[in-house]
Design a protein around this ligand. Structure first.
Ligand SMILES: Cc1cc2nc3c(=O)[nH]c(=O)nc-3n(C[C@H](O)[C@H](O)[C@H](O)COP(=O)(O)O)c2cc1C
Length: 236
């Protein structure tokens, strides 16, 4: 009888250990696993706000053996388009180009803005008049369409914030091009304002394209700020 009990006890013990072993091989819940957020979280809070643009779809997988006919640089089909009046947005555009290997295209007004024009503290200045009268915001560009436009499938669009919205010299680029099939990523610089609705308004004006959430950078953002953002976009 004693023997029988001893055997029964060791059997129960064995079953208990087996159950524990099975449990301990279960995957654990890792806090901070954001896989279901598409990998994009608004980064670097505080001064950088998320835009009201569309969400990232996460459908950026390669199309197998398909390569665009005319990939401009031969390597990257990323285009970085920007307007910059005083150089801040231009610097960010350069960082994006370095991080992505993309091609840069600057939007240059036929009638460039002088520093007098940009004096937004003066109600008589060009920008202030354009601000007050929307009909004056149709800024003609030296060129509104980059070469090989069709070959790009990711387009960054950069601008300074002017009175809370995208500086209007980008408007004609947005309205004069077809963004169908392209992923469009707004970015901006400002003294203190966030991205606000600027990306969303441009997306509306464009009417085509898959516009992602954009990013606002402070005027003197570092290359590292930009790289961190690009890495989180998962596009390169
Ligand atoms: C006409 C004008 C309007 C501006 N409006 C704003 C604004 O509403 N909010 C803000 O934070 N900064 C504003 N700024 C500051 C610029 O957004 C900021 O200096 C930006 O980095 C300039 O970019 P850029 O050097 O590429 O032109 C304004 C600047 C100008 C010239």
């Amino acid at each position: 009888m004693k023997k029988f009990f001893a055997m029964l006890m060791s059997l129960v013990l064995c079953m208990g250990m087996a159950a524990f072993a099975a449990c301990s091989t279960e995957p654990e819940n890792v806090p901070g696993d954001d896989a279901q957020m598409g990998g994009q979280t608004p980064e670097q809070g505080g001064s950088q706000e998320e835009g009201a643009g569309n969400e990232q779809t996460g459908d950026d997988e390669d199309t197998d053996d398909e390569t665009p006919d005319e990939t401009p640089s031969g390597e990257s089909n990323v285009l970085i388009v920007y307007f910059s009046a005083t150089g801040n947005t231009e610097t960010i555009a350069g960082y994006i180009a370095d991080a992505t290997g993309g091609t840069i295209f600057e939007l240059v007004p036929v009638d460039p803005y002088t520093s007098e024009d940009l004096n937004y503290g003066n109600r008589e200045s060009r920008v202030y008049r354009e601000y007050l009268d929307e009909s004056l915001r149709n800024v003609e560009l030296v060129s509104a369409t980059p070469e090989n436009w069709e070959a790009y499938d990711t387009v960054f669009i950069g601008y300074p914030i002017w009175w809370g919205i995208a500086a209007w010299p980008v408007n004609n680029f947005v309205t004069e091009n077809d963004f169908t099939g392209k992923t469009v990523i707004p970015f901006c610089t400002s003294a203190s304002s966030g991205l606000g609705q600027s990306g969303e308004l441009l997306a509306e004006a464009a009417g085509t394209g898959n516009w992602l959430e954009g990013m606002r950078f402070r005027s003197s953002a570092s290359e590292n700020d930009v790289r961190t953002w690009i890495e989180n976009l998962n596009i390169v």
